[in-house]
Design a protein around this ligand. Structure first.
Ligand SMILES: C[S@@+](CC[C@H](N)C(=O)[O-])C[C@H]1O[C@@H](n2cnc3c(N)ncnc32)[C@H](O)[C@@H]1O
Length: 344
């Protein structure tokens, strides 16, 4: 039996790739950004519906799972514990009204790590209260992409609700051993953008941080002025994010949704170069065959906005086991088995 899901705030389809891998079928998607819609269409053959606020619940077909990485917005009414009504005027309200009408079995939501602290924790509380009010047993956790087979330190708040059933158990998620940036790099590409040695400084004793990142140096740009003491130039925080250089033997920092020029620099084989766009998609767990269209600037924004695919795959697999009591079967063709194509 194939369970159906809807892909809200679909972006370029990170949720969709993950759920489809475990045999779930997408029956509806919504995304407001034109470029994301076009990329989604290129890859899945469905053009997402636009603005979710304009979509009538009756026009959405029946489905079992609602997924969505929704934008984080403050709720206007504070602490009155009204749940659903507190959410009016936000995009979460649109999720709630769809849940209220369709009562799908499962809801999976994604947001940035700091969603849990947004408005002193009130935003998360209202979301959880609303879901409970609508009949969902909810649980949430901050998950890190690096635990799911990609070398990126990307923490995200994940909220899962099961309709009228015991909560999703995050402890059952199978975590993978961390891999390094060098494990996902392209081998040969005549267009690698190397920096000249005069353009950067490598520090003497780089240390691997708890996060898995190894800050090795910086581009020779102006450093932050405020609060910078003498002889602290080797500290990563002194340098703006786009000027920091990380070792390919560690984890990469979070790709940003606001970095249209892709200023991600790595130290690899004793040289400094920019990550390629293809490598950025690999850091998000997208297969090499994923079609990329539009300007580089748009693509950098889209990839930084997305959800990490292997993390969704693990969530989809666990939903299949925990909610639907089914052993998971892989629903993808052998040629797609490798996360990355062997030939670059
Ligand atoms: C954090 S991103 C989610 C990305 C997605 N999970 C992916 O894998 O690419 C949030 C998305 O919501 C979309 N969005 C914002 N407002 C919307 C609206 N009113 N209706 C539909 N989509 C909207 C944005 O364009 C953005 O792509």
């Amino acid at each position: 039996m194939s369970y159906k899901f809807i892909d809200l705030f679909a972006g370029i389809g990170g949720f969709r790739l993950g759920f489809e891998k475990y045999g779930f079928k997408c029956v509806f998607s919504s995304e407001i950004d034109k470029h994301a819609q076009e990329m989604y269409y290129e890859n899945f053959g469905d053009m997402p519906f636009g603005d979710i606020t304009k979509i009538k619940v009756q026009d959405i077909p029946k489905f079992d799972i609602l997924s969505g990485g929704f934008p984080c917005q403050p709720f206007s009414i504070a602490g009155e514990k009204k749940g659903f009504n507190d959410t009016r005027g936000t995009l979460f309200f649109d999720i709630a009204r769809i849940l209220e009408y369709h009562k799908p079995k499962v809801v999976v939501l994604e947001n940035v790590k700091h969603f849990k602290d947004h408005d002193k924790g009130k935003t998360l509380q209202i979301v959880l209260q609303t879901l409970e009010q609508l009949g969902y047993s909810t649980s949430w956790q901050v998950l890190n992409a690096k635990d799911f087979g990609v070398p990126q330190n990307r923490e995200r708040t994940i909220i899962i609700g099961f309709y009228n059933k015991t909560k999703f158990d995050f402890l059952n998620l199978e975590k993978k051993q961390n891999i390094k940036i060098s494990d996902i790099l392209e081998n040969d590409n005549n267009n690698f953008e190397y920096l000249d040695e005069l353009e950067y400084t490598i520090i003497k004793t780089p240390k691997k941080q708890i996060s898995g990142l190894t800050f090795v140096g910086y581009r020779n740009k102006k450093i932050r002025k405020n609060g910078v003491r003498k002889n602290t130039e080797h500290l990563s925080r002194v340098h703006k994010q786009p000027n920091r250089i990380y070792s390919s033997e560690g984890t990469h920092p979070t790709l940003s949704s606001q970095e249209p020029t892709g200023r991600y620099f790595i130290y690899h084989k004793k040289r400094v170069r920019k990550l390629t766009l293809k490598e950025c998609y690999r850091l998000m767990g997208f297969p090499d065959k994923f079609k990329k269209i539009g300007t580089n600037a748009k693509q950098y924004n889209r990839v930084g906005n997305s959800i990490v695919v292997p993390m969704v795959e693990e969530i989809a697999k666990q939903i299949k086991c925990q909610f639907f009591n089914q052993k998971y079967e892989l629903n993808y063709q052998p040629k797609q088995l490798n996360l990355f194509d062997p030939v670059n």
